[in-house]
Design a protein around this ligand. Structure first.
Ligand SMILES: Cc1cc2nc3c(=O)[nH]c(=O)nc-3n(C[C@H](O)[C@H](O)[C@H](O)COP(=O)(O)OP(=O)(O)OC[C@H]3O[C@@H](n4cnc5c(N)ncnc54)[C@H](O)[C@@H]3O)c2cc1C
Length: 417
């Protein structure tokens, strides 16, 4: 078998597939290695929201105070496992440092361009390719139990206005008229009309078939063990079975990326942010519009083919343990907002590792010391939403074309590496 390709991509999540798609479109011969099956990582059981409006980073001013308050009230979706892990400690410290107005302005701009372009590219992709994935453009409803939280969100909304991403406010009965699956008595909601949603566990196999038709070689159960470097270049990629060569390499390995770049003396601040989801048939009173239950940070996504609840953010390293109390938190949170929080039977309980960077911006850049290696990771809570523009940017970096967005904010040098 020919083991050389123009580009070798490591990682078969949504980011790896998007890179493969735009590289193949640009005429490159592409091979992709996945340690498990395509879409087995975070890109499978997530909530599938295409959140063009999600411009404000997690590390916003006041985030620490708000999370501490929620934690004391027992309603925080955040869990941090205490352990003597210096990397996690440094990550948290850097996160706290980024909760300032200067970073807020910078991150909003940087998130806006990648989210907006991704949205436009998704529209084109769905028109041109047979990607059946329950795609709908109904917006996303942010739902509030309390008046004070709803009013606080007005400040966020003001920040979104210059970008045309501001939401419409709906109070009491107005909200119920729009979304009758919600319980009466909720204070209100903000409707982000520009957001969309899809079913990620349908997107991934459909995109896989498109790539195969494009001639991309996809190798599953093929774990990269090491990237062998020499003379400031990657020379080959070693798996347990084979050695692969390429003109260019892309690391799209999500939360696992630091494990691989460490071998190259490249320290990237990516931490796994574990999230949970529950997938089931649609309840009889199913929402029409995806809902984000603000006080609980839980999402309910309805599709033609099913229904999913998702949330929680656990910093506890790599583990796929499914804790019963986290599952319980998801369902009890949804029960506060929905008439029927669950479908007839939960078909799947799932956990996935979000690739979290402390400044809540992705990393899309050439590795500083290896000119033929591009890293594409760190998409945090918005990887599905940012995938298409990321894939296009990676293809532009590798083929030397003019980037369609300014990539400075996603650079590796911002970490002082
Ligand atoms: C509960 C939850 C809800 C979410 N909801 C949303 C949402 O509504 N909207 C949104 O935009 N985002 C959402 N996200 C975030 C989104 O899922 C991620 O940002 C995105 O999937 C990251 O994609 P990725 O390709 O970088 O990582 P992954 O999908 O994790 O892919 C990385 C791949 O690399 C492979 N890999 C790792 N190491 C190796 C190796 N050595 N060799 C070969 N392969 C390797 C892994 O097996 C994996 O398949 C959510 C996440 C969670 C957990």
């Amino acid at each position: 078998m020919e083991k050389h390709s123009d580009v070798l991509i490591i990682g078969g999540g949504v980011i790896g597939l998007a890179c493969a798609y735009y590289l193949a479109k640009a005429g490159q011969k592409v091979r992709l290695l996945e340690q498990d099956t395509i879409g087995a990582g975070a890109s499978y059981g997530n909530c599938g929201l295409i959140v063009t409006s999600h411009l404000v980073p997690l590390c916003a001013p006041g985030a620490i105070g708000q999370e501490t308050k929620r934690w004391l009230q027992g309603s925080s979706p955040l869990y941090i496992k205490l352990s003597p892990d210096m990397k996690r400690f440094r990550w948290l410290l850097n996160f706290a440092r980024k909760c300032n107005p200067t970073h807020l302005t910078h991150a909003i701009k940087a998130r806006e361009q990648i989210l907006t372009h991704s949205r436009t590219l998704y529209a084109k992709l769905f028109k041109e390719e047979p990607l059946e994935c329950d795609w709908e453009e109904k917006g996303v409803l942010m739902i509030f139990n309390s008046r004070s939280a709803m009013q606080k969100y007005d400040k966020t909304n003001t920040l979104l206005k210059p970008y045309g991403q501001n939401a419409i406010s709906l109070l009491g009965d107005e909200l119920i008229r729009l979304e009758p699956a919600l319980r009466r008595g909720l204070y209100g909601g903000w409707l982000h009309k520009t957001d969309g949603h899809l079913r990620p566990d349908k997107l991934m196999p459909a995109w896989q078939r498109v790539l195969q038709a494009q001639g991309v070689a996809l190798e599953e159960n093929c774990r990269l063990e090491a990237l062998v470097a020499g003379d400031r270049q990657i020379r080959n990629a070693q798996t347990a079975r084979d050695s692969y060569t390429a003109d260019a390499y892309v690391l799209a390995t999500g939360a696992w990326t630091p494990q691989l770049t460490r071998q190259l003396q490249l320290d990237l601040p990516v931490q796994p942010g574990k999230g949970y989801s529950l997938t089931m048939p649609r309840p009889a009173a199913c929402p029409q519009i995806p809902c984000y239950f603000y006080e609980k940070s839980v999402v309910a996504t309805p599709w033609k083919s099913g229904f999913r609840l998702g949330g929680t953010m656990e910093f506890s390293g790599f583990n796929s343990n499914i804790l019963a109390r986290r599952i319980q938190n998801l369902t009890s949170a949804a029960a506060e907002y929905l008439k029927e929080p669950l479908g007839e039977q939960v078909m799947e309980e799932w956990v996935g590792m979000r690739p979290m960077v402390y400044d809540d911006l992705p990393i899309i850049d050439r590795a500083p010391n290896h000119s033929n290696l591009v890293v594409a990771t760190g998409h945090g809570m918005s990887g599905i939403s940012m995938a298409t523009s990321t894939g296009k940017l990676v293809a532009e970096i590798i083929t030397g074309r003019k980037p369609h967005i300014d990539a400075t904010a996603y650079g590796i040098r911002r970490f002082g590496t």
